[in-house]
Write a protein of this length. Structure first.
Length: 320
């Protein structure tokens, strides 16, 4: 029996098309306080004909609607004019947010677009004309999706479909050949798109790399040549021994974790060369299919997943 069964039954018996409950009310009805496990248990509500439509940390409320159709989400476009006032939902707080916002601010003139959900949470899309993307790809005339991220309470409501649909609409309006995006399957997928979701939405594999990171595309213009990796991205490798890390400020997590990894490497005498990419030309020369974070060990590509200091230390100990 689920600890939220009493809550699910209450919502079902209400029969309301829209039911908003505060966190406190939920705790009283369920006889247990609302905690992070709610995000795991909420899928049980589908068996009662309802779904969590909005989860607001700011208002401390949850909106429940019939599973057949909840309220649509509203989206905000982040621009040069409002970026200082608006939250960017992928960013950590403080200096990490400042670094990411500055990176975005410098890309708006290159055609970068950033939409996020009106509700606070990880629900956003970031895309840019592919010729201006910080990637070693040949994709002139395409739009490249830097990131499409929907997680936590935002999942399961069709928001990823909304964001992708807006990107497609914009690509058509700009006369683009189509969309492209990086992906990887299984455990290699951290910070990359899910190829199963993309295939379901009509994307095809455009090019593959030796490290399991692939480039997928959704054609719009008939007969357009698919985008592709530049040769050094298809076969990622470096000549230096030890660890070599390439990174940009495109992801706010690098601002926080890269210095910690550098300090850990120094403290434990782990050979590490860190290369901070600060312009698109340099990004296109990175010997890997992803440039936000590319970690090599003894010449071979290791991961694009941003490492904490503790995780990096484990990797370093494995080489001894």
């Amino acid at each position: 029996m689920s600890k939220y069964n009493a809550l699910w039954a209450y919502i079902q018996e209400s029969g309301q098309p829209r039911l908003t409950l505060t966190f406190e009310e939920i705790g009283q009805i369920a006889s247990v306080p609302l905690d992070h496990s709610f995000l795991k248990y909420k899928k049980e509500l589908c068996d009662y004909g309802y779904a969590v439509t909005k989860f607001s940390m700011k208002a401390q409320t949850v909106l429940f609607c019939p599973a057949s159709g909840g309220e649509p989400m509203n989206y905000i476009r982040i621009t040069e004019e409002n970026i200082d006032q608006e939250h960017i939902c992928c960013a950590m707080s403080g200096k990490q947010s400042v670094a990411k916002k500055e990176w975005l601010r410098q890309r708006f003139a290159d055609g970068l677009v950033f939409y996020r959900s009106e509700e606070r949470g990880k629900c956003f899309i970031e895309y840019i004309p592919a010729e201006n993307a910080w990637l070693p790809i040949d994709a002139e005339g395409w739009l490249h999706i830097n990131c499409l991220w929907v997680s936590g309470a935002m999942k399961g409501h069709g928001y990823a479909n909304d964001l992708l649909a807006e990107c497609i609409r914009d690509a058509k309006a700009q006369g683009k050949k189509g969309l492209c995006i990086l992906c990887a399957a299984g455990r290699k997928r951290e910070f990359l798109a899910d190829p199963k979701f993309l295939a379901y939405k009509g994307f095809r594999v455009a090019d593959v790399s030796d490290c399991g990171i692939n480039l997928m595309y959704l054609p719009i213009a008939s007969g357009a040549r698919p985008p592709r990796f530049l040769e050094w991205a298809k076969h990622p490798a470096v000549s230096e021994p030890g660890f070599v890390l390439y990174y940009t400020d495109q992801c706010p997590f690098t601002y926080y974790w890269v210095p910690k990894v550098r300090e850990t490497a120094k403290a434990h005498n782990i050979p590490l060369k860190v290369i901070h990419i600060t312009d698109q030309e340099s990004a296109r020369k990175v010997p890997a299919p992803v440039t936000t974070y590319a970690l090599f060990r003894d010449g071979r590509f290791l991961t694009q997943a941003i490492q904490s200091d503790k995780k990096f230390l484990v990797l370093g100990e494995q080489t001894r």
